[in-house]
Design a protein around this ligand. Sequence first.
Ligand SMILES: *[C@@H]1O[C@H](CO)[C@@H](O)[C@H](O)[C@H]1NC(C)=O
Ligand SMILES: *[C@@H]1O[C@H](CO)[C@@H](O)[C@H](O)[C@H]1NC(C)=O
Ligand SMILES: *[C@@H]1O[C@H](CO)[C@@H](O)[C@H](O)[C@H]1NC(C)=O
Ligand SMILES: *[C@@H]1O[C@H](CO)[C@@H](O)[C@H](O)[C@H]1NC(C)=O
Ligand SMILES: [Ca+2]
Length: 433
Amino acid sequence: MKLPTWFWLSSAVLATYGFLVVAQSETKIIQDEGAKDTCWVNLESRGKCSEDRNCPFQLTLPPVTLQLPGQFGRIEEVFKEVQTLKEVVNSLKKTCQDCKLQADDSRAPDKNGAQGEPGDNRVQELESQVHKLSSELKNAKDEIQGLHGRLEMLHLVNLNNIENYVDDKVANLTFVVNSLDGKCSSKCPNQEQIQSQPVQHLIYKDCSDYYVIGKRSSEIYRVTPDPKNSSFEVYCDMETMGGGWTVLQARLDGSTNFTRKWQDYKAGFGNLRREFWLGNDKIHLLTKSKEMILRIDLEDFNNVKLYALYNQFYVANEFLKYRLHLGNYNGTAGDALRFSKHYNHDLKFFTTPDRDNDRYPSGNCGLYYSSGWWFDACLSANLNGKYYHQKYKGVRNGIFWGTWPGMSQAQPGGYKFSFKQVKMMIRPKHFKP
Ligand SMILES: *[C@@H]1O[C@H](CO)[C@@H](O)[C@H](O)[C@H]1NC(C)=O
Ligand SMILES: *[C@@H]1O[C@H](CO)[C@@H](O)[C@H](O)[C@H]1NC(C)=O
Ligand SMILES: *[C@@H]1O[C@H](CO)[C@@H](O)[C@H](O)[C@H]1NC(C)=O
Ligand SMILES: *[C@@H]1O[C@H](CO)[C@@H](O)[C@H](O)[C@H]1NC(C)=O
Ligand SMILES: [Ca+2]
């Protein structure tokens, strides 16, 4: 956009003097007609005129005291107006950027790459306009102040010109700002809508974050426990003991085979809505903050339901063989994970039928008991054992919890006890439902 430089005001000043002094094209010295002795304005040519008859002139003005007309106060007003406009533009710009961020967040990245929003250019253009205008006004003010004390009868300068010019500018800017405003608010939720919405997490680290924003149905949700790593789906239990639980493991009907290799236990397997192992990598990501508690729910075929709570639960990474870290026990099912000095699953590595990290020197507990687990040598609990629909005989390779009532007594006929339902789930220690 072309903007006249401040120069026009100087010409206006000169033009005003045009009728004070008779400026004849050939006359080099211009005098006030009435007063030859009181020659108080000199306009003389300096140097050679160029081909297009642009002649350098020098205007000599006498020192005078200047009474500035009241309208000059308007300049200050205009300054304030411009300042306000600037602020509007800035806040608009910010709103637009926020908008854009939100939009970017909710949709996949543009295939065309980073092409600026159409609104962006307008804002930038507007910004530079405001900048230019305000620096022009500043120039004008400086110029006027410079003239102050040098010119007499400045009221002859048509101040209305300045005002009209500035008003026009401000009107133009206002128009652009308004059109931008419409653009922005049509694309983004307006401020009231944003404020009436519950707190929006950009990242849901686990199920408790979904609970906090009001999700109360036990469902599959997508979580991102580590912003630097991947997100994945989990099943959330929003009912048990206040809800907000991220489920790591579930058994309920034997539909999923838990006799699996290292790679399967690493990645996870099964059906999140039924039986599954979430996966050791994901369990690590969910617990590496060391802020999680573990809850285990068990139910036998006599419909006895008991639970175990550990006030800390952390699984190390694959390099550390998914070593288990347990806090203190509380609950009704007994502390089978820390059964005794000789049967203690805390601080044990993960073992699968194809990867022996257990403490049993002459064999692989995972192979013998048909599962992946944090075996000692070998077990007082194994929630990944085989699913038996009733009591069974032979190797105790079913789902097992060593502190279950009656478990230590020998069953008639050498039968082994079986479980109907198991669930392992975690929640942040400081979560308050
Ligand atoms: C104001 O905008 C109109 C139309 O957009 C334009 O013709 C005019 O020159 C602008 N005025 C100034 C001072 O920029
Ligand atoms: C479970 O998988 C293992 C290993 O693939 C297999 O040996 C076993 O027969 C499977 N069990 C069932 C019930 O399908
Ligand atoms: C993501 O998590 C997996 C499993 O814990 C890990 O192997 C991998 O290095 C992590 N990636 C990053 C970028 O942190
Ligand atoms: C176990 O939990 C119950 C209920 O939350 C609580 O009252 C009790 O103090 C806890 N016991 C221990 C040893 O932490
Ligand atoms: Ca071994």
